[in-house]
Write a protein that binds this ligand. Structure first.
Ligand code: NAD
Length: 485
């Protein structure tokens, strides 16, 4: 049994409270009990963090790539060694089952390793010149100190994608992690500190999100911003970043369509999508939500989907065999009530679930709704919860039109045995990522990001490193030129 202790800020190599000693409670979503407190940063503390990052950047950028690689690999190893305790903290503060917490931490360690390696391949290039005595080089330099804002749904992985790309590129960073899930995030930063990352290179703060983002984005030392969270907040931060001419990567909301064609492997499709839908209680930006099922296989798909969903064990994520924990916070439970209430008013069929569990904790039953009108709230807004919608379509174009109807474009899924249909659906759905006939998203080496209101820029993959690098063109006249003598 592990106990979460009070979580501190990490600024310029020191673990400490904020200058006004303010703190927020850390609650267990399975019981609603307060477990500990997280320190809040004041404007002075944020100034210190940004200044420390600016100072440390000057040395870190010159630290050899091989040395940076060594520190990062060590941090990844420490995460793996500490997986039991960090996973317990994550489940206690976020709610997801222990097995998912462990997977997230191990996947984060892989991501750190991958970016450590990729940093060694941040190659430039030589451009053929227009005269023989000129050298033309493109070198890729770190963009500068980074401000990163990460949410509560994946408290380790969401930071890792930003942090490891930044460090590999030679950037320093100030991370504002989620106040609701600070203990596991802080363990990630501790692994880097223990691995020997120099002071000031990595800083961790918590507090008032709007005040901190405003201060950091406008801070002259900060050169790059990365945010994962809602589209609403992403647009606010994009506007601020624009005002201050800062580069920004935005990974925002989604409303993933799942297109199931008549020729799909229905058993495989339905069972795989149940696993994906209810992972992390549906609080995943790529969570499958709008199931668009071709008419002939609608009944069969829904039957298998419901069967597999009924087998899910809902409970405290620390308990053995639990497949789905509570929602991370009471705001999500209220949101589920509103989505389902609206669907009921529109006479949609609630095929499963549709209400909270009795007793303590932010529990919501796995919920499946059939034939939901497109005007409903759940068909328009991101549910970000354990809610799947089963609608029908007739023709290929109907499915594509529905998939592209919303302003979101993060992830999409399709199931078909036809190579031609697979190729056409990949080409026609407006999305940053599409996974066909399996779950294939989210590896360190593959790009992760959306289009339209789902954001811009990419995390992970070689494009993920690119976001933290800036090209510098160097043109040099050779010394053998007679004009130089
Ligand atoms: P929210 O919009 O208030 O906050 C989302 C995240 O942004 C939180 O981590 C919050 O701390 C942070 N945030 C809020 N205002 C900010 C600001 N001005 N500057 C910097 N950070 C700020 O909503 P919420 O209730 O916490 O989450 C619900 C919604 O957020 C969901 O519906 C979902 O769309 C979205 N979300 C998306 C992801 C993702 O992975 N893309 C993760 C978490 C939440």
């Amino acid at each position: 049994m592990y106990t979460i202790s009070n979580v501190k800020l990490y600024i310029d190599g020191q673990w400490r409270n904020g200058s006004a000693s303010r703190a927020l409670p850390i609650k267990n979503p399975a019981t609603n009990e307060i477990m500990a407190e997280v320190a809040c940063a004041e404007p002075d503390d944020i100034e210190e963090a940004a200044t420390a990052a600016a100072r440390a950047f000057q040395d870190w950028r010159k630290t050899s790539v091989f040395e940076r690689y060594g520190v990062m690999r060590k941090a990844a190893q420490l995460l793996r060694e500490r997986v039991d305790v960090i996973a317990a903290y994550m489940t206690m503060e976020q709610g997801k089952p222990l097995v998912e917490s462990r997977m997230e931490i191990m996947a984060s360690a892989d991501t750190i390793d991958w970016f450590a390696e990729e940093g060694r391949r941040a190659y430039g290039r030589v451009i053929p010149p227009r005269r023989p005595d000129v050298y033309q080089l493109v070198v890729r330099e770190p963009v500068g100190p980074v401000a990163a804002f990460a949410p509560w749904n994946f408290p380790v992985q969401q930071i890792t994608r930003k942090l490891s790309a930044a460090l590999a590129a030679g950037c320093s960073i100030v991370v504002k992690a989620a106040e609701e899930t600070p203990a596991s995030s802080s363990e990630l930063i501790l692994a880097f500190a223990d691995a020997g990352v120099p002071k000031g290179v990595v800083n961790l703060v918590f507090g008032d999100p709007a005040a901190i983002s405003s201060q950091l984005i406008s801070h002259p030392s900060i050169r790059k911003v990365s945010f994962t969270g809602s589209t609403r907040v992403g647009k606010l931060l994009a506007a601020e970043a624009g005002r201050h001419m800062k580069r920004i990567t935005l990974e925002l909301g989604g409303h993933a369509p799942v297109i199931v064609f008549n020729d799909a492997d229905i058993q495989l499709a339905a069972k795989t999508m149940v696993t994906s839908k209810f992972r992390n209680c549906g609080q995943v930006c790529v969570s499958p939500t709008r199931f668009l099922i071709q008419e002939d296989v609608y009944e069969k798909f829904v039957e298998v989907f419901l069967g597999a969903t009924r087998n899910l064990k809902v409970g405290n994520g620390l308990d053995d065999g639990v497949n789905m924990g509570p929602m991370a916070n009471p705001r999500r439970v209220s949101a589920m009530e509103e989505f389902v209430g609206d669907a009921e008013q529109l006479q949609a069929r609630i095929l499963l679930g549709g209400s909270a569990n009795e007793g303590k904790g932010n529990y919501w039953q796995p919920t499946v709704i059939g034939d939901l009108p497109v005007a409903s709230r759940a068909m328009t807004e991101e549910p970000f919860g354990p809610l799947a919608i089963m609608n029908r379509f007739k023709h290929f174009d109907d499915a594509v039109n529905e998939a592209n109807r919303l302003p979101y474009g993060l992830a999409a899924y399709a199931w078909t045995r036809s190579a031609k249909t697979a190729q056409q659906i990949a080409a026609n759905v407006e999305t940053g990522m599409i996974s066909i006939n399996h779950l294939g998203l989210g590896f360190p080496e593959t790009p992760w990001g959306g289009v339209k209101d789902s954001g811009y820029g990419t995390e992970a993959g070689m494009e993920g490193l690119e976001a933290y690098l800036t090209p510098k063109f160097v043109t040099q006249l050779g010394l053998s030129d007679p004009g130089m003598s």
